[in-house]
Design a binder for this molecule. Structure first.
Ligand SMILES: [Zn+2]
Length: 241
């Protein structure tokens, strides 16, 4: 089997699918700097890769990726675009509501960017309050307990933006886009760096990446993380929800 991309289907194809299933994979990410070694599309590419493998195994279609997210803190680095959280809330709610009107009832949301979590939580709460038969599963891959445990076991720590996890996942997803010879991050940077202004962020982390040593990433580590996640998500999607 191959992944099913909703954008490749005709409306009769979608109508036919909706007579037998109501599940949809919805990927959201960001277009923002990811250090000197990863592309600005990293937060889209990682969840999209997970979605492609899930779709291959389950036959559930993938909706077109929402490629822009809330990335204000990264705006001093070229290649970044940012939507405000208010804009994102409206976009996410509209996506949920238009899916619902078409007959989708179970949305598996695969978000690749931390800055989007607040908007997703708001939109999901508002939508499910009104539509009682709507089921949303919000997944933010790097927050999954399995990933955290796995990283601690494999390398003894978790890393952040453009760090070891993302670098390894990208090596599994698009190895030709990873510049391992330039993989370097700022160590001991706390997560509240993202509350600083864009200009301050660029001064505090001029490389753009955080994490002790993203250059330790390997394709093997990335593959293991991807497979762990896909197996876990597949069980959730195929189970009752
Ligand atoms: Zn990222």
């Amino acid at each position: 089997m191959r992944p099913i991309y909703l954008a490749d289907l005709s409306w009769p194809d979608v109508e036919e699918y909706l007579t037998r299933d109501d599940r949809l994979l919805l990927v959201t990410g960001a277009t923002e700097q990811h250090g000197r070694h990863l592309p600005v599309g990293t937060d889209n590419i990682i969840p999209f890769t997970l979605a492609e493998r899930l779709s291959t195994r389950t036959g559930i279609p993938i909706a077109p990726v929402m490629n822009y997210g809330a990335s204000e803190a990264h705006m001093a680095f070229p290649g970044t675009f940012s939507l405000s959280t208010e804009t994102l809330q409206a976009v996410y709610l509209d996506l949920i509501q238009s899916s619902y009107r078409q007959g989708w009832r179970r949305l598996f949301i695969m978000n690749g960017h931390g800055g989007n979590i607040a908007a997703w939580s708001w939109a999901a709460t508002v939508a499910t309050k009104v539509k009682k038969d709507l089921k949303l599963y919000l997944s933010h891959w790097w927050t999954e307990a399995r990933v955290r445990d796995f990283m601690r076991e494999a390398v003894g720590r978790n890393e952040g933006h453009a760090g070891l996890e993302e670098t390894a996942m990208m090596m599994a997803a698009r190895p030709y886009l990873v510049r391992l010879n330039e993989a370097q991050g700022h160590a001991d940077i706390s997560e509240d760096i993202w509350t600083h202004s864009a200009e301050e962020v660029r001064q505090l982390i001029p490389l753009g990446a955080i994490g002790e040593n993203p250059a330790q990433a390997t394709t093997d580590l990335g593959e293991q993380l991807v497979e762990h996640l896909v197996r876990e998500y597949e069980a959730l999607i195929q189970g009752p929800w």
